[in-house]
Write a protein that binds this ligand. Structure first.
Ligand SMILES: Nc1ncnc2c1ncn2[C@@H]1O[C@H](COP(=O)(O)OP(=O)(O)O)[C@@H](O)[C@H]1O
Ligand SMILES: [Mg+2]
Length: 464
């Protein structure tokens, strides 16, 4: 990256303070003052907890050349009205100077899993940049773009949304070449009101595609498959439906719940075995294949690359064997009804005849559907014959009640108020050979159960 401050000032409509220094070049752009390197432009962003303007001095001490600010400072700076918008404009400007093809992914479930699998696949074809974790908002996405350089061939972006217009804004910045809608579920239904409204917000990802761009759509859900960009860009659909362009068939799960299946495209069929756990990864893999085809890559080579990919994101179906013989499946990154169902099915597929535990917390932001969604998960546990259900925290009470109503016996489904109680109960009841699945919405913090059980199994002393 070799931009002068004058150039960036123009790209962001900023007023440059100390204009005589505007011929200075910057070597990078940074929003986290702790990561500033000598030569960087520091962008001061107001977040929920911190205001970057409080760290400007620190950024200069670390060698920043200039800061982008919304309140004037004494030092060399780009003064804008809103630094978050400024950051977006910097990313947009940078994106148009890259040689990369940009791929954007949205959906209610599986964005991060799919992004990781796509990145691990594309790396086998050329230099690939993708965000670590779930950096999918108006701060994380520009930062990801800014981490790419002229050698980047593929730039993979995850797009999340909490309302109308959010994804459109991310697309204005990133101008995707390929855009995918994985599914429309009920995540954020509380904020948007209906699945149709969620679908409409997600379809924004298609609207800025160039006519030469490609839309990647889930064939099995009419709300997704009937989406269309205004520019009528090419469409590639994926799924199990007969109509899918990239079609899944002969799906089987091995004893560790890793899927194998055939993918068919244009009359060619290839078998894929994933090194990932859970049936739902099949759909993510088919989406990856469709995106790669959209990028112009060869279908057969893509299928081999998907089988070879080894992605990993924290707390998503993360399987660990504890030293006391208990298997832990930590899926506590986040939860909604679709992903909880997928996870519970994977638990049963992995378990064989071992004793299964589902430790479940609340699924948040489900609005009016919340009660019935929790009740249904409880009933599903009984139907899948999960041996022990432990619902944790008030928001999960209806999971336990649903299980009782579906006919679970007294000890098969339990409820506790707190995570501490859950840990205590698990420590006293778990036996070698048991398999424990953990899932809840992010804010519940259920991953601390995984940590406590891991420490306990390895003999580390903890308080609870
Ligand atoms: N295609 C899918 N359909 C349903 N659930 C899925 C799918 N892909 C992943 N999941 C589940 O959804 C949860 C969230 O996955 P993640 O990839 O982090 O999604 P996102 O980034 O959209 O929140 C995980 O627990 C995972 O098991
Ligand atoms: Mg995510």
């Amino acid at each position: 990256m070799k931009y002068s401050l004058a150039e960036l000032g123009q790209a962001t409509n900023a007023r440059i303070e100390y204009i005589d220094a505007a011929t200075e070049f910057i070597s990078g752009i940074q929003t986290d003052s702790r990561k500033v390197q000598p030569g960087d432009l520091f962008v001061a962003i107001k977040g929920e907890n911190f205001d970057g303007h409080d760290f400007i001095e620190e950024a200069f001490e670390r060698g920043a050349v200039a800061a982008m600010v919304s309140t004037p400072i004494e030092d060399l700076s780009l003064l804008v009205e809103d630094t978050l918008i400024g950051l977006g404009k910097l990313a947009k400007y940078h994106r148009h100077n890259l040689n990369a093809q940009v791929i954007a992914i949205t959906g209610s479930s599986g964005k991060t899993s799919t992004k990781d699998l796509l990145a691990a696949t594309l790396q086998q074809f050329g230099s690939t940049i993708a965000p670590a974790g779930s950096f999918n908002n108006e701060i994380g996405l520009p930062n990801t773009i800014l981490s790419a350089d002229v050698s980047t061939k593929f730039l993979v972006l995850e797009m999340g949304m909490r309302g109308i217009g959010h994804i459109d804004y991310l697309c204005e910045i990133s101008a995707p070449d390929v855009a995918a809608v994985l599914n429309v579920g009920s995540a954020h239904i509380e904020l948007l009101g209906s699945r149709e409204a969620i679908a409409s917000a997600k379809s924004e990802i298609l609207q800025r595609l160039k006519p030469s761009g490609t839309q990647i759509l889930f064939a099995d859900d009419p709300l997704v498959s009937k989406m269309n960009s205004k520019t009528n860009s090419k469409k590639i659909t994926f799924g199990q439906s007969d109509s899918a362009d990239v079609r899944i068939s002969n799906l089987v799960l091995d004893p560790t719940a890793k899927p194998s299946f055939d993918l068919t495209f244009n009359g060619d069929t290839k078998n894929i075995s994933l090194d990932l756990v859970g049936e739902h990864q099949t759909f993510n893999a088919a989406a990856v294949a469709a995106m790669c085809i959209g990028l112009g890559l060869d279908f057969e080579k893509v299928c081999d690359a998907i089988s070879n990919a080894r992605p990993q994101s924290k707390w998503r179906m993360e399987v660990s064997e504890l030293s006391n013989g208990v298997t832990l499946v930590n899926d506590a990154y986040n939860a909604n009804p679709e992903s909880m169902r997928a996870g519970l099915k994977a638990l049963k597929a992995m378990a064989g005849d071992r004793r299964t535990w589902a430790v479940l917390g609340q699924m948040r932001e489900l609005g009016a559907d919340s009660d019935s969604a929790h009740d249904e998960i409880g009933r599903l546990c009984v139907r899948l014959d999960v041996n022990r259900l432990l619902a944790v925290g008030k928001g999960a009470k209806l999971i336990q009640m649903g299980a009782s109503l579906e006919g679970s016996w007294d000890n098969e489904s339990l409820y506790v108020d707190t995570i501490e109680e859950a840990i205590k109960l698990l420590k006293s009841e778990l036996k070698s050979g048991d398999i424990v699945y953990l899932k809840a919405s992010r804010a519940i913090g259920l991953e601390s159960v995984a940590q406590a059980l891991t420490d306990w199994a390895s003999g580390k002393n903890t308080h609870s």
